[in-house]
Design a protein around this ligand. Structure first.
Ligand SMILES: [Zn+2]
Ligand SMILES: [Zn+2]
Length: 358
């Protein structure tokens, strides 16, 4: 702990579209805690949302450090931490379940009644509370680069989302045909993870460069769609015989696209509504279609510690090329520029790493 400085550079969100780069305290670890030296923090759609809105009702209130996808090495550990030592390379998840509530006991820790969130990855260090150390900090193998390792959190969400797709039920004798709406980072991770298991993925997005990224990550077919929904026929036409896919995943969080997703599966199909829509929105539901076609409609949210472990395992495989989504590297001082590049769709994800300060 001798080398741990008193202060560090951090990106502070102070209001809607306002970031201050400040010198802030690093702190020291209490019992059960650790200090993570951040080597890579990847930007995410949630960070963009938080940046635009100036906070998040559940996760953070301004002024605050932010950023939540992180990998690095342990700079200091508090008393009683035995699972890790200083210098270990780890990923720390952005949430920690309580481990004792009814949901945790049922293995549904993403719905924990007392889920804690951790933010502050766009900084040199992160002060990691004891519950995160105990339940959701994971060692990473030496061959896994920090930038790629930071993708463990979004990939864990996607692996949890893949479990919800009930793929063994739909791919008993062969691979399943899956439509993914939305070619942002989450949609592309779905494409990569589904393709890795041999499934046929049709990716639909309004942006040509995102479709190309989808092809590089294993999509079988891609299709340009207009924004704002009404595109079900265009997408369904690409499915086997035009009958619809077994599974459709929404990775947009746009209500009109949820409606399209429901219309693109075949009878008996499953719709995975993965993209979170804004509060207060609703969709019209074709009740006849849902009943007579025996559709399964699922809402899916977040991740749990077991999915984090599986995500790190998958990222460790060189054949799983999630690093293709890392568009650029920038220091902490350029966090705002990184988020604006994402808003313009010039970047899928940016790796925030280190400081300009020497
Ligand atoms: Zn994220
Ligand atoms: Zn719990």
């Amino acid at each position: 702990m001798a080398s741990l400085p008193k202060t560090m550079v951090g990106a502070i969100l102070t209001g809607p579209e306002q970031i201050d780069i400040r010198e802030v305290n690093v702190g020291r670890p209490d019992a059960g805690e650790l200090i993570l030296a951040v080597h890579a923090a990847t930007t995410c759609g949630t960070d963009v949302k938080v940046f635009k809105r100036g906070g998040h009702p559940r996760m953070l209130k301004v002024p605050t450090l932010f950023g939540h996808e992180m990998a690095g090495t342990i700079a200091a550990i508090g008393d009683g931490v035995t699972a890790f030592k200083e210098g270990d390379a780890v990923v720390v998840a952005n949430s920690a379940p309580c481990g004792v509530c009814d949901y945790c006991n049922r293995g549904r820790e993403n719905l924990c009644e007392d889920l804690l969130y951790l933010n502050g990855a766009f900084a040199e260090y992160v002060h990691v509370p004891a519950r995160f150390v105990a339940h959701n900090t994971h060692a990473i193998p030496a061959n896994l680069a920090f930038g790629k390792a930071a993708l463990a959190e979004p990939l864990a969400c996607v692996l949890h989302g893949m479990d919800a797709c009930e793929l063994p039920r739909y791919a008993q004798t062969s691979s399943a045909e899956v439509i993914v709406f939305g070619g942002g980072p989450i949609g592309l991770l779905f494409v990569a993870a589904l393709a890795k298991e041999g499934h046929h993925v049709i990716l639909a997005d309004p942006n040509q460069s995102r479709l190309e990224a989808g092809e590089a990550l294993g999509a079988s077919k891609t299709v340009i769609i207009n924004r704002g929904g009404g595109q079900a026929d265009v997408v369904r036409a690409l499915t086997d015989g035009g009958h619809g896919a077994w599974i459709a995943v929404d990775a947009t969080g746009v209500p009109e696209v949820w409606v399209d997703a429901i219309k693109t599966v075949r009878p008996g199909g499953l719709i995975n509504l993965f993209g979170g829509c804004a509060p207060g929105t609703s969709i019209p539901l074709d009740t006849h279609l849902v009943h007579y076609n025996e559709l399964t409609i699922k809402g899916v949210y977040h991740h749990h510690p077991n999915a984090m472990r599986r995500a790190i395992e998958l990222l460790s495989k060189s054949s799983f090329q999630a690093e293709l989504m890392l568009s650029a590297e920038m220091p902490i001082e350029r966090t705002e520029e990184a988020l604006r590049a994402m808003i313009r769709k010039d970047a899928l994800k940016v790796v925030i790493t280190g400081t300009e300060r020497t």
